[in-house]
Design a protein around this ligand. Structure first.
Ligand SMILES: [Zn+2]
Length: 368
């Protein structure tokens, strides 16, 4: 079980929570299987309490960059951080037998209930299901170069966990609960041996009263430094928006409305960052069951016979599908999500999807 806190340096709650877990494990004899490794993410940024020094460390794990990381000499603090962090992750993984679990602990600038984010593989879903918090699918699809996605593609079972607001004491409690829950979910500890695991369930359950368990991200509002983007006050995670509701302003367009009825996630109330806000829709559990069966039957192998869909070579030797929406007009991206694909690129009327790796089964070995 590998946990990283503070990959964003203004989010120390995860690091503090991991420290608490290690302290407790040291003081109490809890029977445990496997190994727990906790790492501080961006140490230089944590020291000054900034999201990052030169660039966002959690957008730096793109395959192209990873290939030349060892020889990269760009004077960026985060390049050094990334090399150190990758080295520590390799040390944690090498010589160990799987399965490998990865928890990435974050907090946000807006207030709101804790929640988890996973890449939509059946292995990740199975792990996430026991967390009594809302679980968001598809957030990573909107972000390029997140560590979570890198480790997920390497075959780890992964989860991102948002503990709450950056400076709230409750965020540390939520992260601590998430780590205990993860250890129990990965069967490293048994609930009956560890009172902390049971308390963790109660805490998480209580903090998320009345929220749906599964949501899918459908939209990311991207911003740049020169947009003059500002959220309107008072939005917290999961707040239900009406179609057309103006949630933010920028210097070019003025008011920015939500395009449809949805819940808002991660509204940006801090200086640094390129994600203005996300919109998510509730997912009915029946859809998850349907998609599980579709994937087990490997229906994804048949979709390229459909009109407007053809097989192409994706990035890094992955098989991908090219979809012409003018022909496959009735085809929605949701169908591909159900079948376990991940959206890669959109060019006007065409888009590319790739089947997620290690959906049903992990690799024999993790290569990083
Ligand atoms: Zn973060």
């Amino acid at each position: 079980m590998l946990c990283v806190g503070g990959i964003h340096g203004n989010e120390p709650a995860g690091v503090k929570a991991l420290q608490r877990v290690f302290d407790y494990l040291k003081k109490n004899e809890i029977p445990m299987r496997g190994t727990l490794v906790g790492l501080s993410g961006n140490i230089r940024a944590l020291e000054v309490g900034a999201r990052f020094i030169d660039r966002d460390l959690n957008r730096a794990w793109k395959p192209m960059r990873m290939e030349k990381l060892d020889i990269l000499n760009d004077g960026c603090a985060e390049t050094l951080e990334q090399r150190e962090l990758l080295g520590a992750i390799r040390d944690a993984v090498n010589g160990q037998q799987g399965p490998f679990f990865f928890m990435d602990l974050h907090t946000s600038s807006a207030e709101g209930e804790p929640f988890a984010c996973i890449g939509d593989t059946l292995r990740n879903r199975r792990f996430a299901r026991s967390f009594r918090v809302p679980i968001i699918l598809g957030l990573e699809e909107q972000l390029e170069g997140a560590l979570l996605e890198h480790l997920n593609n390497a075959g780890m079972i992964t989860m991102g966990f948002e503990g709450g607001q950056h400076d709230a004491e409750s965020s540390i409690d939520n992260h601590e609960a998430a780590v205990w829950r993860a250890l129990a979910g990965a069967r490293c500890i048994r609930e009956r041996d560890c009172p902390k695991a049971k308390e963790a369930d109660q805490l998480l359950r209580k903090s998320c009263n009345g929220l749906p368990q599964w949501l899918g991200v459908r939209y990311r509002h991207a911003v740049t430094a020169k947009d003059g983007f500002a959220m309107r006050p008072g939005y917290r995670n999961f707040r239900q928006l009406q179609a057309g509701e103006v949630v933010a302003d920028d210097s070019e367009r003025g008011g920015i409305p939500a395009n449809y009825k949805a819940r808002i996630l991660l509204p940006l109330y801090q200086g640094k960052g390129t994600d203005g806000f996300f919109l998510a829709l509730d997912i009915h559990p029946a859809w998850l069951a349907i998609s599980r069966w579709m994937r087990r039957l490997r229906l994804d192998r048949l979709v390229h016979f459909l009109p407007g869909v053809r097989r192409v070579q994706g990035g890094h030797g992955q098989k991908a599908l090219h979809i012409d929406r003018r022909v496959a007009r009735w085809f929605l991206i949701e169908i591909f999500h159900l079948l376990g694909f991940r959206k890669r690129r959109i060019h006007g009327e065409h888009f590319l999807v790739e089947r997620r790796k290690f959906d049903l089964k992990g690799p024999p070995r993790i290569k990083l």
